[in-house]
Design a protein around this ligand. Structure first.
Ligand code: ADE
Length: 349
């Protein structure tokens, strides 16, 4: 028996009855796959059924307003997916005369459809021999063949796609792909799979080597921290107010401007009621200008900065905060982060 025959034998006995499996309508398969990228099968099901009910074909979907689509999408999150679906539906109506494409080459050109989705739709709708690789498939292949290349690395993605292509049954690609996904979801589960009951346990690398719990390998992506700052530009007699940065944060030891940090993007109105702002600038200060947001990327942080030009500062805070005046023509002698240096330079010119 081939790999695929064994897999499909398991699938026919164990598969769940899911509504998008009883159709070869590319539009319905597209709907289900986009929803399932966003949520689990049990949570996605009611969304799928509501969408099919409201928009039984791509023409009716394309005729909907964005508000109507987003209302049905509500709760799935990542609303650009919903918006992209509408773009794609409208493109299909115009460029494919309202018939949802079934060929991989046509599908991959549509917004919101990547390699996985194009393979899924083309194989499920017309048996095109394109192997799907989703999280379920990565897990199964990695364990069965003992591949420890990280699944979220560029080389790993290539390697796993090649493996999936190799085991694909070209005559029965749709059912084979469904079976791969189902096997990963039900049998080769992430945690505590029942390997004793597995039809592949006589030849599974991870089972034989007790590596089920360590495969697949995933590279840990360092979390990028996002920070929001308002920086204050205060000038007096050709001087600019600066401060030295403490050592336990970004830009240790460099000089920058007085600032207030927020946990998330904050309006100027909220800034103006911040206790530091009220104390530093009194109520009679005048805000001359506020810059657009500037995005600044550091190795593990992403900064969103706006510069506020304020006419004067409450001088009692100078000594309290270790702020000091720097003559504009001596500014270059003070080490500054590039974000600050570039902005101040542009501002002064
Ligand atoms: N997850 C993504 N696509 C799926 C499908 N067709 N069936 C079950 N789960 C899925």
């Amino acid at each position: 028996m081939t790999f695929s025959q064994r897999l499909i034998g398991w699938y026919r006995k164990n598969k769940r009855e899911l509504p998008w499996r009883n159709t070869n309508d590319a539009y319905l398969i597209w709907l289900s796959e986009i929803i399932l990228q966003q949520t689990r099968v049990d949570q996605g099901m009611p969304y799928y059924l509501r969408f099919v009910d409201a928009y039984p074909d791509v023409k009716s979907f394309a005729a909907a307003s964005e508000d109507e689509i987003l209302r049905l999408w509500q709760g799935l999150g990542y609303y650009s997916r919903g918006r992209n679906m509408l773009k794609t539906a409208r493109k299909v109506v115009v460029e494919h005369s309202g018939k949802f494409p079934e060929r991989y080459e046509d599908l991959i050109k549509l917004v919101g459809i990547g390699e996985y989705t194009a393979s899924a739709i083309s194989s499920f709708s017309s048996n095109e021999a394109k192997a799907v690789v989703d999280g379920n498939v990565y897990r199964f292949l990695s364990r069965y063949f003992g591949v420890d290349t990280p699944i979220n690395s560029t080389i790993g993605k290539k390697e796993f796609q090649a493996l999936a292509d190799e085991v694909l049954d070209h005559e029965n690609a749709g059912e084979h792909n469904q079976a791969m996904i189902e096997f990963g979801a039900l049998q080769c589960k992430p945690k505590n799979p029942s390997c004793e009951l597995c039809p592949f346990n006589d030849s599974c690398f991870a089972f034989e080597q007790s590596k089920v719990n360590v495969l697949p390998v995933k590279l840990k992506k360092l979390k990028i921290r996002e920070r929001v700052f308002y920086f204050f530009l205060v000038m007096k007699n050709n001087q600019i107010l600066m401060k030295r940065r403490i050592n336990s944060d970004i830009w240790a030891g460099l000089n920058d401007l007085p600032s207030i940090e927020f946990a998330e993007r904050t309006s100027v109105n909220e800034l103006m009621i911040h206790p530091d702002f009220k104390a530093w600038f009194n109520t009679d200060c005048v805000i001359h200008s506020i810059s657009d947001e500037i995005k600044h990327i550091l190795t593990h942080q992403r900064l969103f900065a706006r510069f506020v030009h304020v006419d004067k500062v409450n001088e009692e805070f100078l000594s309290k905060n270790d702020w000091f005046w720097v003559k504009i023509d001596e500014l270059d002698q003070y080490g500054q982060p590039k974000l600050i240096f570039d902005f101040v330079k542009k501002f002064l010119n």
